[in-house]
Design a protein around this ligand. Structure first.
Ligand code: RFL
Length: 399
């Protein structure tokens, strides 16, 4: 749409996920005007099930902005996990090895907290249910975002200095960048995972990775009465191919080990097949548009990194936008390079873990053999275990 803007703000944030809401909170606290546009309703984004692990550095960083109160109050922390293979159980004590822990905090809880802080306590504006969002003037002197109001059908146009594209993997921001101005690198792990949520208490204390010739299987404690499970499934399978009984049969087989508690079963409330692939957009910015979170990079949820990267991007970007607002454009110019350092570290770690988890079921003797060698090194060498724990907990971002 062309034509005059009906309002103006400094920053328009597209997407009310962890990335967009973190940026909006930090900007508002610093007195930088902003507005959030979200395609879904508030109820929907506050319930969408997804991530569950927040790394300790991310909790501390949110805490410095007053955004971690409820996490620190309510989240359980985990300091070890278990590999199961060849019928044996092998614990990796990540907290002892790295000095840090994972916080178990479901993504909808974090989104609810961030919305409460921004919209309810700080009086920030979020327009929910917006339709047909379009970006304008990305490489000109002033940008704008337009959208259709869901109730009136009227188009609105908001002029702004900067746009934060935090609209996830399927948003419109990335697609607004003209062809050839950014490089998109893709990687396919060649497998899919069936992600399920069971209305059942956990059957182990924390995370269990089952490595099995039939395919990888995982158990992740979420709360006293909800457990997340993953099953490696052939690429192209649909959720409908996996009735509940088939899921439990495979989980029992892949997570079996001497001395392990039997799985506590319950109704499966969510079943989604996730293709395990990654992409990275470089640079993460074009003109007045700055991408953050899954809009800029998708990391297959193999190592539970995506939401942590979204938070890292958001904090770097918010600080850079605040500096720009105060007349120093250098941090904004360096935002993409700074954010990409952690992105590539996490992609590399996810790929490493993917090879360990999927080697046994690959049907390839070389991949299976090297995966076992990695596992044995990790379990047998304190130095290898420490390096692993550091990456698992996300410390080595500045390498
Ligand atoms: P989000 O959360 O997708 O939010 C984007 C928001 O933008 C809205 N939107 C639009 N709004 C306006 N106009 C448009 N045209 C729009 N198009 C979309 C969407 O409705 C949404 O509200 O992206 P963000 O903020 O970048 O956050 C990224 C994380 O959501 C993602 O990386 C994680 O969920 C990944 N992930 C995990 N990450 C972790 O760090 N730890 C984990 O344990 C973990 N587990 C997971 C995961 C992702 C999973 N799935 C479903 C892919 C487990 C699963 C199963």
């Amino acid at each position: 749409m062309d034509g005059a803007a009906d309002s103006r703000t400094s920053v328009v944030v597209i997407g009310a996920g962890p990335a967009g809401l973190t940026v909006a909170n930090v900007l508002r606290a610093a007195g930088v005007d902003c507005l959030v546009l979200e395609a879904e309703s508030r109820e929907f984004v506050e319930r969408r099930p997804r991530a569950g692990f927040v790394e300790e550095w991310a909790v501390r960083a949110l805490g410095r902005h007053g955004l971690a109160g409820r996490i620190l109050e309510r989240a359980e922390t985990q300091g070890e996990f278990e590999f199961r293979f060849d019928g044996g159980r092998h614990s990796v004590r990540t907290a002892r090895l790295s000095g840090r822990r994972h916080f178990v905090y479901p993504q909808p809880e974090l989104v609810t907290d961030l919305l409460a802080a921004y919209a309810d306590r700080a009086g920030g504006v979020v327009r929910f249910g917006v339709r047909d969002v379009r970006l304008h003037g990305l490489d000109g002197p002033e940008a704008a975002v337009s959208y259709r109001d869901p109730d009136t059908g009227r188009r609105h146009r908001i002029a702004c200095d900067h746009i934060v594209g935090a609209d996830g993997a399927r948003g419109v921001s990335r697609a607004a960048i003209p062809e050839g101005r950014v490089r998109v690198t893709r990687h396919d792990h060649g497998v899919a995972w069936l992600a399920v949520l069971a209305e059942a208490p956990p059957s182990a204390d924390g995370v269990v990775f089952g490595i099995h010739p039939r395919g990888f299987g995982a158990h992740m404690a979420r709360s006293a009465d909800v457990t997340r499970y993953y099953l490696e499934v052939p690429a192209g399978d649909r959720a409908a191919d996996w009735p509940d009984e088939r899921v439990w049969t495979e989980l029992r087989a892949r997570l079996a080990a001497g001395g392990a508690r039997p799985l506590r079963e319950g109704p499966l409330t969510e079943k989604t097949v996730l293709a395990m692939h990654d992409y990275v957009v470089e640079p993460m910015a074009y003109g007045r548009l700055h991408l953050a979170g899954d809009a800029a990079h998708l990391v297959a949820p193999i190592a539970a990194k995506g939401m942590n990267l979204a938070i890292n991007d958001a904090l770097l970007l918010a600080a850079a936008l605040i500096a720009d607002h105060r007349g120093d454009g250098r941090p904004l110019a360096g935002y993409s390079a700074a954010a990409l350092r952690r992105v590539w570290q996490y992609l590399e770690f996810s790929q490493w873990l993917s090879q360990v988890l999927h080697g046994a079921s690959s049907g390839d003797r070389f991949r299976a053999g090297t995966a076992t060698a990695r596992l044995r090194r990790l379990l047998g060498s304190e130095a290898a275990a420490k390096a692993f724990a550091g990456l698992y907990l996300g410390e080595d971002a500045d390498l």
